[in-house]
Design a protein around this ligand. Structure first.
Ligand SMILES: Nc1nc2c(ncn2[C@@H]2O[C@H](COP(=O)(O)OP(=O)(O)O)[C@@H](O)[C@H]2O)c(=O)[nH]1
Ligand SMILES: [Mg+2]
Length: 228
């Protein structure tokens, strides 16, 4: 017995029920396809806006370096990027303990932690859940490079920071007697460090006048490491 003759032999109430069921199935499928299409369009829209489809993700960026290296100035510049930096910038007084700024960009919330350089023994208390380590070096203070390199090497040997991407931030590129980012990279052995983690170097100058160079590139490097 074929399907069509089976259907012909059914009573009218059965035919009506099957018709209704078929109609409901067709409407449900069309609705499913429609919502799938809308979802895909929404995802495309979000990704073209630089956002991800899910929640904004939070990343912890740890900023370390000797006292006076330029950590607070960097954080203040990142936080104030769209508005002029005044001469009363936060970077002029030493940071006691730690300080955090949050920068949201491209669907990522960067929680950027500066740990004061005075008490290095406290640094390891902040080594959990770190996405990127930014190590700040005053490029104009080559007499402190040895001290800074020793401190960095202790930091990188900590288990909690194993394999965590590293951005060396060579600050004060405008200052007298400053070393270029290539010189800083070679002194700190960036190439050797890259065998155990992703590494990059960024050079910045952040002047009290509000003039800033290299900040956007540094921010992009940090973001890239957060999203890889
Ligand atoms: N010329 C110059 N001075 C800077 C720059 N960045 C920071 N400084 C100065 O360096 C000093 C120490 O900076 P700060 O951010 O407090 O260092 P931190 O101790 O690492 O937080 C301050 O007087 C800043 O104004 C820079 O790019 N160029
Ligand atoms: Mg500071």
């Amino acid at each position: 017995m074929g399907l069509s003759s089976w259907f012909r032999d059914l009573g009218v109430p059965w035919k009506i029920s099957i018709g209704i069921l078929g109609g409901v199935a067709a409407v449900t499928s069309a609705y499913g396809l429609y919502t799938f299409y809308i979802h895909q369009e929404d995802r495309k829209q979000r990704s073209s806006n630089g956002e991800t489809a899910g929640e904004t993700s939070e990343k912890k960026v740890l900023v370390l370096g000797l006292e006076g290296a330029g950590k607070s100035t960097f954080l203040a510049a990142l936080a104030q990027h769209d508005s002029p930096i005044t001469s009363e910038r936060e970077g002029t007084k030493p940071t006691e303990g730690f300080h955090v700024v949050c920068v949201s960009t491209k669907g990522i919330s960067l929680n950027i932690w500066e740990i004061g350089g005075k008490f290095k023994s406290y640094w390891p208390n902040f080594f959990t859940d770190v996405s990127v380590l930014v190590y700040v070096i005053d490029s104009s203070a080559s007499e402190r490079f040895d001290e800074s390199k020793d401190a960095l090497s202790k930091v990188l040997s900590d288990e909690n920071l194993k394999g965590i991407p590293l951005v060396l931030l060579a600050t004060k590129q405008d200052a007298a007697g400053t070393k270029s980012s290539q010189d800083v990279a070679s002194f700190f052995g960036l190439e050797a460090l890259s065998s155990s983690r992703k590494t990059e170097i960024a050079a910045v100058e952040i002047l009290a006048t509000g003039e800033v160079r290299g900040l956007q590139d540094a921010k992009e490097l940090i973001l890239n490491f957060c999203t890889q």
